[in-house]
Write a protein that binds this ligand. Sequence first.
Ligand code: GTP
Ligand code: MG
Length: 477
Amino acid sequence: MSDSMLTVAVVGHTNTGKTSLMRTLMRDAGFGEVSIHPATTRHVEGAAVLANGRKVMALYDTPGLEDSIGLLEHLDGLAGGRRADGIELVIQFLDSPKAESDFAQEAKALRQVLVSDVALYVIDARDRVLGKHRDELEILGRCATPIVPVLNFTAFDDAKVSLWREHLSRVNMHAVAEFDTVVFDEVCEQRLYEKMRTLLDAHEATLNTLIEDRRRQRVAVIKASADLVSDLLIDAAAYAMFVPMSDAGQAEAALKRLRNDVCAREQRCVDQLLELHRFSSDDCESEAIPIENGKWGLDLFAPEALKQFGIKVGGGAATGAAIGFVLEMMTAGASLGALTAIGAAVGGVIGAGRSHGRRLMRRAQGETELRIDDATLRLLGTRQIMLTRALLRRGHAAQQPVSMDQPRRLNLPTVSAPKLPVTLQQARNQPAWSRIAGVDSSGYRPLAPARQDAVSALAKHVGEIIQRPADAAIQFP
Ligand SMILES: Nc1nc2c(ncn2[C@@H]2O[C@H](COP(=O)(O)OP(=O)(O)OP(=O)(O)O)[C@@H](O)[C@H]2O)c(=O)[nH]1
Ligand SMILES: [Mg+2]
């Protein structure tokens, strides 16, 4: 069967999250207007949902139902009264002056329901089942259009999901979906489409296409995120600067530059992740991540950042101002004077034997390497993984800004230093793999195939951590 275009009306009492549901299903945080005040949406507004690059579903946002009690009384008072066919009364009402005056908002919503294949009836699940809800369901039931009730706000503790389910089954609505538009859950979205499918035989193929497309998109977005994070990690691990041991001033300048460069590179990754997940920096304040306005609250090199993300620094590691750097030395000791002069303590010595000739040469000339240490690399990985997981869970209807003390709520276990993956250890010895300082007049230098292999291998590992269950440890590696 070929895929047919499916027309869907999103209806419900005012302020239950109809426009929010539109945003989340469409992955478009810019659709319509969302506000804590009732009666925000005043007109029907449609938008297309794409699957495989084709329009498969037309979603229509509608104004909230405000006076269903009054409208039901009005319908019952029309010629024919309760005995008449429900749909005839609705049509009679829509043709009457009342549909342009007292019940204008309701009329707009009902007209859209009549021309739709299915109506999603959005419920604020924190509400008790009230008279207004019963009357709304009664009126919608008279429109001869299949209805799927959608319980919204289900992430709240006071959501009365079972109460609602019980009531809905009493009025013969058994295909109920749960869907929090702010805390996104891809399984709930899939169930919503499956519920619609049970009521819409003629559109089975379309809904299957949609379900399959969403699943594929999610796999692709996780893979693309893992690639971006791994690319950052390889860039950062490989990044090395050469400084003369004897010149404290130059070493200090290099330290500053390295720090700025790595921070800027992290920010680029954050921007890329936001764009990939279709969020902009102004709507990136999330419940679960310490990121506000698209920026991390704590500098990558702030010692508290490591603590906050539960990363323990290995023995003999640096503390204080220069945490996050390793100076690689030919002979430990020779350079200690210079190090103390720039306020840096030695974080650790990375084996010199594996380095290639050019680096050995530079060392022989009295230069040493400056680069970020293992703990900071782990922090860099952990932060982007956490951001990715939060973006995957963030509905496009989310709006709440967060205060900066939220990271403490993350409750990450403190992990001691596991070894970095082999790919990053390799990168440590390949300064040419880093593009952080690789921009010259000719643009980025070409990337070695071995680097690409390392990124791919690392991305598999990063992708696995991104997909771990909610209660698992997610620190990198
Ligand atoms: N936390 C949370 N907030 C939500 C959810 N859904 C909607 N909101 C908020 O509830 C308020 C109303 O959301 P809207 O999407 O504007 O509701 P609406 O049904 O379109 O409202 P009208 O157009 O006025 O009828 C907004 O402040 C949303 O941010 C949800 O699932 N969780
Ligand atoms: Mg609205």
